[in-house]
Design a protein around this ligand. Sequence first.
Ligand code: HEM
Ligand code: HEM
Length: 282
Amino acid sequence: MRQRTHEGFLRHKGFRWAQIATLLCLVVVAVYFFVAARLAEPPSGGSWLGYTLGTISAGLIVWLACLGIRKRVITAGHYSLKAWVSAHVYLGLSLTVLATLHTGFQFGWNVHTLAYVLMMLVIASGALGIWAYATLPQRLHGNRGETTRKQMLEAIESLDKQLHDLAQPLDRAGAQVVRLSLEQTEIGGGFWRRLTGAHGDCANLRAMRKLKQLPAPATPRQAEALARIETVLQQKADVLGLARRQMQITALLEGWLFVHIPATFALLAALTAHVVSVFTYW
Ligand code: HEM
Ligand code: HEM
């Protein structure tokens, strides 16, 4: 459902905003090179064209940043949220052309270029968000098949119960290995861990390794228990893998906004500093 809504905003009204943004870029590129051809140096941020493009870019950035407020005010009808997001995406992308031409391709280690880099970061994270919305819900479904999150957790709980029962005939060292998997396995973890899917030190995995290093079992009953434990630990590892991939996809779906929003605030601050500084040193 979510995917359809997002496809919807990309195609909104037969790509109307894509067309407007493309036209805007073409006009600006044409004017820029028309003016540049008549000057000794390319028009910089300080030329009349630079000021025009800078003002348009800054206006767009402030408007794009208002989407956060707009999202929280629900209205249907003519100025629907879908139209806003559609315009947001395409006009946001057009900034790569408008702001770049504003700079006259003059970059350096200063607050002006900082504003530019932050803008590019916001745009890149937005593009990542579009990719996430367009592809990840399908992957989420493909990974999980018909298994729900609740069923995965129940499966892990049931495997843990089996492990607990199977550990009864074991000696201390064997019981410790089982306890490691039972007590220290973390399914998810912090946001970063969920996002990267780095679970190399998973307690269940360590238990599987340690099980192989145990001394030979003293009785046939213990030997049988250990063999069955090995199978159950493997089953647990499979369910954990599935649940963690699920979490990774969900983290990716939200993760890009953790860059997009803070970078927007940083961009507004750097942009203010840029504009204030060019007027101060004018
Ligand atoms: C009201 C809007 C803006 C105004 C009035 C403005 C003004 C200026 C001026 C006067 C310059 C020339 C500075 C110089 O030659 O030393 C300049 C350069 C520049 N501007 Fe803007 N700007 C605006 C918006 C933006 C935006 C939105 C960005 C990018 C996010 C941006 C990034 C830059 C960069 C990277 C340069 C080149 C700096 C350099 O020469 O090292 N500006 N701007
Ligand atoms: C400098 C340019 C941009 C700024 C300042 C900006 C800023 C924002 C802000 C403040 C939000 C609201 C987030 C929230 O409150 O949840 C937002 C949402 C969003 N932005 Fe941007 N953005 C920019 C460019 C882009 C670009 C180029 C794209 C795509 C290629 C994009 C894609 C999105 C998407 C998909 C959303 C979420 C909309 C939704 O939840 O339905 N943004 N942006």
